[in-house]
Design a protein around this ligand. Structure first.
Ligand code: SF4
Ligand code: SF4
Ligand code: FES
Length: 241
């Protein structure tokens, strides 16, 4: 079975980026198994990430034929084209730079600010944040998001889902400051296209979380700037006038 892999190395000359074809065993059960075969039997310089080998750590996400997949879950097919995730910047071959992901989590204040007097949570309280807590930070949703294509400052789907998780946590006492942090380059910049939801291997729905954050923001008195801009387009038309 032939696989084509996008190779990248900043030290490679004259071409830093090339596509290379490899023959791997037909019975490779996962793409990670096929990549490991290439690295151990064909070309030891091929670089990729992996950890748990069971869909838990989120370190092995790549794009296959343009769609985000976990290498350890995906079964490769003839002529698949394997590329690194998009938007984060490639370090080497299929390894991307995760620093930008950590920075977005800091920007959304992805933590409980101070110890809460609430020391016990009910099952219902845990269920309210369970789904978002399942995020394995694979960055697949970040890679697919079309807004990040044009605006690298956009907070992006997983960071906004993580923000929702903390704002929805009964132990969180700083909900207002967390909501504040999402107003610029955050919830209102999302086009609600839903691409992030489609690629998430954990079944998380960042689009829905963003809509819920928009609703919470309006309840706290924030305006949707997109609606204000529409008003401006019509010269500040006031239907009540
Ligand atoms: S729904 Fe929003 S965050 Fe998700 S991919 Fe679309 S624009 Fe990005
Ligand atoms: S929300 Fe889903 S796709 Fe996005 S980083 Fe978390 S696990 Fe990956
Ligand atoms: S190696 Fe951990 S998710 Fe694939």
């Amino acid at each position: 079975m032939k696989l084509t892999i996008q190779r990248f190395c900043k030290h490679r000359k004259p071409l830093k980026s090339i596509k290379a074809d490899y023959e791997v065993p037909e019975n490779s059960k996962t793409l990670l198994e096929a990549l490991t075969y290439i690295k151990t039997k064909i070309d030891g310089s091929l670089t990729f990430n992996s950890g748990c080998r069971s869909g838990v750590c989120g370190s092995c996400a790549v794009r296959v034929n343009g769609k985000e997949q976990l290498c350890c879950s995906y079964t490769p097919k003839e002529d698949d084209i394997i590329e690194p995730l998009s938007k984060t910047g490639t370090i080497k071959d299929l390894v991307v730079d995760n620093n930008i992901l950590q920075n977005t989590l800091k920007r959304v204040k992805s933590w409980l600010d101070k110890p809460s007097p609430i020391t016990k949570m009910s099952i219902e309280d845990e269920k309210r944040i369970e789904k978002q807590t399942d995020c394995i930070l694979c960055a697949s949703c970040y890679s697919v998001c079309p807004v990040l294509e044009i605006d690298s400052e956009f907070l992006g789907p997983f960071a906004l889902s993580r923000a929702y998780r903390y704002i929805n946590d009964i132990r969180c006492e700083e909900k207002k400051s967390k909501i504040d942090a999402l107003q610029i380059k955050g919830i209102w910049d999302c086009t609600l296209c839903g691409e992030c939801t489609l690629v998430c291997p954990q079944g998380i729905d960042p689009k829905n979380d963003i809509m819920l954050l928009q609703s919470k923001s309006v309840q706290l008195g924030y305006d949707n700037p997109n609606l204000s801009n529409t008003d401006n387009l019509f010269g500040g038309f006031n239907p009540d006038f």
